[in-house]
Design a binder for this molecule. Structure first.
Ligand SMILES: Cc1cc2nc3c(=O)[nH]c(=O)nc-3n(C[C@H](O)[C@H](O)[C@H](O)COP(=O)(O)O)c2cc1C
Length: 232
């Protein structure tokens, strides 16, 4: 049980009264706060081995984001593993060993210090999906692009998580070292995770020791955003 969560179990039944419930009424002020949160999130690489919040609060954030992020047919195949302390460090040691073994020397020369930076951060969130959960959906609806939709669900879950961590004063960046041959398998073996799990991303986080890099924005109106129809 996460401290602060207003739920309890009685006689084996869960009488959960969630702290975070749907807000069906219009609330433009809250919408603006949400848009501000979206605008606040950035990729941060300079991260300390410290957190601005407790582990139980991180657990609460992950519980809420995985619960409320949508998935096709509500399949809920997304999985999260939170690595802290020496487990977090172990992940980046695995990445370092795999990179050194598989990449040309000049590429490893560039990546090595980046990997050391990730190891020096506070924690990593691993994002997976579970192929076993998807199997009946794929059998029942052949031809439906579930793998593509799963990547959409991953993005939705990851951005919710990233935004929430950022609002708690943490910095984060998202990595994809699953491109390294054998990396995902060693990760699954090391933490005894299901063979059916597919690794999508590694979100490194910690207390920021520096800000984000510069970011430019392409034109939006008429280029990235088109509107057709009556604007009444
Ligand atoms: C789908 C996706 C994949 C990304 N992959 C990586 C990655 O593997 N490594 C990395 O350092 N950043 C990665 N990024 C971060 C982007 O480079 C970054 O989000 C983009 O430059 C915009 O900067 P911002 O996050 O500060 O807004 C990824 C972002 C997205 C959305």
């Amino acid at each position: 049980m996460v401290p602060g969560c207003t739920s309890h179990t009685s006689k084996g039944r869960n009488f959960r009264r969630p702290k975070f419930t749907r807000k069906p009424t219009q609330d433009s002020a809250m919408a603006n706060e949400y848009l501000k949160a979206i605008a606040s999130r950035r990729t941060i690489y300079a991260l300390a081995k410290e957190s601005t919040i407790s582990v139980s609060r991180i657990q609460e954030i992950l519980t809420e984001t995985i619960k409320h992020s949508p998935s096709s047919y509500n399949n809920q195949a997304q999985r999260i593993v939170l690595l802290l302390g020496t487990d977090h460090e172990k992940l980046w040691e695995i990445a370092d060993e795999t990179a050194k073994k598989n990449l040309p020397e000049e590429v490893y020369g560039y990546l090595g210090p980046k990997l050391a930076g990730f190891r020096a951060s506070y924690g990593t969130i691993l994002f997976f999906d579970d192929a076993a959960t998807m199997k009946p959906y794929k059998e029942k609806h052949p031809g439906m692009p579930f793998d593509q939709w799963n990547t959409h669900s991953q993005g939705m879950l990851q951005i919710h998580t990233w935004d929430a961590l950022e609002l708690e004063g943490l910095g984060a960046n998202v990595q994809h070292f699953d491109f390294l041959p054998g990396f995902a398998q060693v990760v699954k073996d090391n933490w005894k995770l299901s063979e059916d799990w597919n690794l999508h991303a590694q979100m490194v986080f910690g207390k920021p020791t520096g800000g984000p890099g510069p970011k430019s924005f392409d034109d939006i109106d008429g280029k990235r955003l088109l509107i057709f129809g009556d604007k009444r």
